[in-house]
Write a protein that binds this ligand. Structure first.
Ligand code: SAM
Length: 242
């Protein structure tokens, strides 16, 4: 695989990605982190890996709750930004989740649809295998994905989002087993276009992935309040595994 040409290594590393998503709800993210850490009864002695961490919003908050946190992301720009928040118990590093982990952790968090980017199922499964190998004996994986069924039933095909004087033209479609989000805009007289591509991974397909790497799913939640998952109505598909 050529990292330079993968959509996720270019788009997520641009300032435009951060502009488009600047209004995402960090309060929800913090609410989720409080709920999940108390549900897991995770002691503050735990070392959590947040991978991929983006600019570190979950990592910084988890660290403020008392946890030792390592945040990793493929995007060098995001990691450089996150490193300003580092302290003794909070570290950030450029980290490709396709690579095996060098240490073992109490918990690994994969948050906000940071999975299913690859064409070949084998690569998604390899990432899960790496996560499993990176967990201590009693460690926990939290994988927070979108609920593809709800996305399909509520798909907004076309929309324009105007943020920081940029008009982002967004076109969504579901094609060949992927949810595609085409984003085009003009900035300083130059035209840009990117496509986000996430695999249409429903609960059954996720379960088959987890089985393949022998990760046992212990809980399935449908939102950040940790209500039960419902295929038709849930916003998220949140899997907890050991
Ligand atoms: C949707 S964002 C979510 C980031 C973060 N969890 C958050 O909630 O802000 C997905 C992230 O995955 C990162 N990413 C994509 N492919 C990766 C890879 N192979 N290894 C590590 N990070 C990757 C991107 O750079 C991007 O920051």
């Amino acid at each position: 695989m050529n990292i330079k040409t993968d959509w996720f290594s270019s788009w997520f590393n641009t300032p435009f990605y951060h502009i488009l998503y600047k209004n995402r709800n960090d309060k929800d993210a913090q609410f989720f982190m409080r709920n999940i850490t108390s549900f897991l009864k995770l002691p503050t002695t735990a070392h959590i890996v947040d991978l991929p961490c983006g600019k570190g919003r979950h990592s910084v908050y988890l660290n403020s709750l008392g946890y030792t946190v390592t945040g990793g992301d493929l995007s060098e720009n995001s990691i450089i930004h996150a490193q300003q928040f580092e302290n003794e118990t909070l570290k950030f590093e450029v980290w490709d989740m396709r690579k095996p982990y060098e240490n073992k952790y109490d918990a690994i968090f994969n948050l906000f649809t940071s999975f299913g980017y690859f064409e070949d199922d084998k690569e998604d499964i390899l990432i899960l295998q790496n996560m499993k190998n990176g967990l201590k004996e009693d460690g926990t994986l939290v994988l927070d994905f979108l609920n593809v069924e709800k996305v399909k039933n509520t798909l907004v095909k076309n929309e324009i989002k105007s943020i920081d004087s940029i008009d982002f033209h967004i076109n969504r479609e579901i094609k060949d087993g992927f949810i595609l989000k085409h984003i085009s805009f003009t900035f300083e007289e130059k035209e840009y276009s990117f496509t986000e591509r996430v695999k249409f991974l429903d609960l059954e397909k996720m379960q088959s992935y987890f089985e393949k790497v022998d990760l046992k799913i212990t809980n399935i939640f449908g939102n950040y309040a940790l209500d039960s998952f419902d295929k038709e109505t849930s916003d998220r598909l949140i899997l907890i595994a050991k």
